[in-house]
Design a protein around this ligand. Structure first.
Ligand SMILES: NC(=O)C1=CN([C@@H]2O[C@H](COP(=O)(O)OP(=O)(O)OC[C@H]3O[C@@H](n4cnc5c(N)ncnc54)[C@H](OP(=O)(O)O)[C@@H]3O)[C@@H](O)[C@H]2O)C=CC1
Ligand SMILES: CC(=O)C(=O)O
Ligand SMILES: [Mg+2]
Length: 627
């Protein structure tokens, strides 16, 4: 609901043109300005609370009592937020409401804009075209990134309209691979902050920091501590580019409203020496905090977000190093609505790709032998979801299913003889076998049908290994999932060339189609961006309170089911990204259905048609008329 409502001495007044919270001005809502008139003794009520008539959330120790109105919150500090109608220059500077040259004559009069804009009126479609022409004129991807993020700071709806209408062209700009370079240079290109920075300096007062964020109805947080940004390693607080980018996709690909999204970078220092030497580095210049100090900061954050936003706040862990990622997921999945995108989101997209690939290569999950190069979050996350689905569909035990999946890490094949020294997340895949030092010897020994790269190291699928794979598979399946492009285990061209065009190929970052001997091959993009926006939307629309693994299984099956015979004919094992909003709505509906079935959904009654409901909830970037 876009209108916001105020209770004025018991009378409801709906003001559809305004919903923005502006800087603190008035303490304890004793007077506010309304339609240009000052009104004394006005009581403001949170719009989302009134919209949902969720009166229960007004009581009970102040979780929602942001204005400090009940005696249970007397000891709690409040932030004196207020709301006002923006007009004139302030309106043009407000990215949520600015339409630039698309303000019509009437709006220019009503909102004191006359003379502040050039006389011409441009439709939003023409503005989109103009922005695209500008972006296309830049040669460097980073320049394109800066230009489009600059648009987000000026005109939010136009930013999302440009992105949604041109998703295939612009995804590589706002997301992988360019976001990787943007993170590496985040200090240099820094203009305005886009998310919330929580560092060790904020220890003990994280909830106060959350209160500084202007949106009160946050429903989705993407948080990173910057230690494993794509395959680029520790980028410290400059990893902020990832939560910002992922939440941009929550809006553009999933249809979650921008005001519900909060990007967070947790800064516990960095072990990246290069960043210490960078004069423009924007984070704490200290070695990473570890152990109790780290755990305490994360714990304070996790409970502050629940205290501030309630039980249904979705927290997506992103790009944590694996020594923290598994631990945090295990710790908070019992108490919070959380998932780890690198472990679980990646697993779902890869399983979907495998299910679709099997329609091309023949056979079923249980007939396959899998080798993973990389045994971390992504590798073991995918392995476990494939094992779960294999166990379910082939009616075999999970232990039997796991025996079909083999991991190679930086020390070679993961085997039983290495069990004691292995990190816990690899141990389920430590099978009996002679040691194999590298990928080539592993491929020769195990003869896999499916090869998956999750090593974070570029060029690690060697010509010899791929040729060996192709020597005993008519249609080898090759997924090079590491990001960004520089870290991809091989390129699309290499995969098609080395297999003489016989492979089914997908990669984490996009590759252009490849033409060999007059035949064109279309690589797919196996990226968790297919999953997390729909997963988030499904959680939000169902009011889910926990994320269950079955929700990822269902997301994978739904995604795979949307691959048509026509896509397969072109060698594509994922549906085209240009259909992503529809895809996300389907995933959201099925995830929500699973949440209801598992008793994890709180939005009651359950909508009869969840797909129609999901679509109706999706954010539209079209400009709204102003009165
Ligand atoms: N396409 C997608 O949607 C996604 C892609 N990714 C990408 O996957 C990559 C890995 O991420 P993640 O799993 O979180 O990282 P981790 O650090 O958790 O795991 C990396 C794994 O790769 C192994 N490894 C490193 N170098 C080599 C090598 N030369 N040969 C063999 N194994 C090697 C490591 O070995 P050891 O354990 O011995 O250190 C480790 O097991 C990243 O590039 C990331 O961008 C991640 C999530 C989603
Ligand atoms: C895509 C993603 O989440 C990653 O590369 O880490
Ligand atoms: Mg990630």
């Amino acid at each position: 609901m876009n209108s916001f409502s105020r209770a004025v001495r018991g009378i409801w007044v709906h003001d559809s043109s305004v919903e923005r919270v502006i800087a603190p001005q008035v303490a304890n809502f004793s007077s506010i300005s309304f339609s240009g008139k000052k009104i004394e003794g006005v009581q403001q009520v949170q719009p989302d609370v009134m919209a949902n008539r969720d009166m229960s959330s007004l009581i009970g120790g102040g979780v929602r009592d942001v204005f400090g109105e009940d005696s249970a919150t007397e000891e709690q500090i409040i932030t004196p937020w207020t709301r006002a109608v923006a007009s004139g220059v302030e309106l043009l500077r407000d990215p949520r409401y600015n339409k630039g040259t698309a303000f019509n004559e009437k709006e220019r009069d009503t909102h004191y804009l006359r003379g502040l804009l050039p006389p011409a009126y441009l439709t939003q479609d023409l503005q989109v075209k103009r922005i695209l022409d500008n972006i296309r004129s830049y040669e460097e991807p980073l320049q394109k990134y800066i230009a489009i993020m600059d648009l987000l700071e000026r005109n939010e709806r136009l930013f999302y309209k440009v992105l949604i209408d041109n998703i295939e062209e612009l995804l590589p700009v706002v997301y992988t691979p360019t976001v990787g370079e943007a993170c590496q240079k985040y200090g240099l290109i820094f203009q305005r902050p886009h998310g919330l920075y929580i560092s060790l300096k904020e220890r003990g007062r994280i909830q106060d920091v959350l209160k500084n964020w202007p949106e009160k109805n946050v429903r989705v947080i993407v948080v990173t501590d910057g230690e494993r940004i794509l395959g680029l390693g520790d980028l410290g607080v400059q990893g902020m580019g990832i939560p910002v980018g992922k939440l941009g996709l929550y809006v553009a690909l999933g249809g979650i409203r921008p005001s519900l999204c909060l990007p967070v970078a947790i800064d516990v220092g960095t072990n990246n020496q290069k960043l210490f030497e960078d004069p423009y580095y924007i984070g704490l210049r200290q070695k990473r905090a570890t152990g109790q100090e780290y755990d305490d900061l994360i714990h304070e954050f996790m409970f502050a977000v629940k205290q501030e936003y309630g039980e249904k706040i979705l927290v997506q862990f992103e790009d944590f190093a694996n020594h923290n990622a598994f631990k945090l997921l295990a710790k908070y999945r019992e108490t919070h609505l959380v998932f780890n995108d690198d472990i679980q989101g990646t697993a779902a997209v890869a399983l979907a790709g495998v299910l679709a690939a099997l329609r091309l290569t023949g056979g079923n999950l249980a007939d396959q032998r899998y080798v993973f190069l990389g045994a971390g979050e992504a590798g073991t996350g995918i392995a476990e979801l494939i094992a779960t689905e294999t166990s379910r569909t082939a009616k075999i035990s999970i232990e039997e299913a796991r025996k079909k999946l083999w991991l190679v890490d930086s020390q070679g094949l993961v085997t039983k003889s290495r069990f004691e020294s292995l990190q816990h997340f690899k141990q389920n895949y430590a099978h009996e076998h002679e040691p194999c030092e590298d990928l080539l010897s592993t491929v020769k020994a195990l003869k896999p049908t499916i090869l998956i790269g999750t090593s974070g190291k570029g060029g690690t699928f060697t010509k010899e290994a791929i040729e060996a794979l192709a020597s005993f598979n008519e249609k080898p399946v090759i997924f090079a999932l590491s990001n960004p492009t520089s870290q991809s285990e091989c390129t699309a061209e290499q995969a098609y060339t080395w297999t003489k065009g016989r492979c089914v190929f997908a990669s984490g970052s996009p590759f252009n189609p490849v033409t060999i001997d007059g035949k064109t091959y279309y690589p797919g993009q196996s990226n968790n961006a297919y999953i997390f926006p729909g997963m988030g939307l499904g959680c939000v629309i169902s009011g889910a309170i926990r994320v269950h693994d079955d929700m990822f299984l269902v997301a994978a099956e739904t995604l795979a089911s949307l691959v048509t015979k026509e896509h397969l004919k072109e060698g594509l094992v994922f549906p085209p990204l240009q259909d992503i909003r529809k895809i996300s709505a389907h995933i959201a509906a099925d995830v929500a259905a699973k949440a209801y079935d598992l008793g994890l959904a709180t939005r009651l009654p359950r909508p009869a048609d969840l797909l129609a409901y999901a679509e109706s909830c999706q954010y539209s970037p079209l400009y709204r008329p102003f009165r």
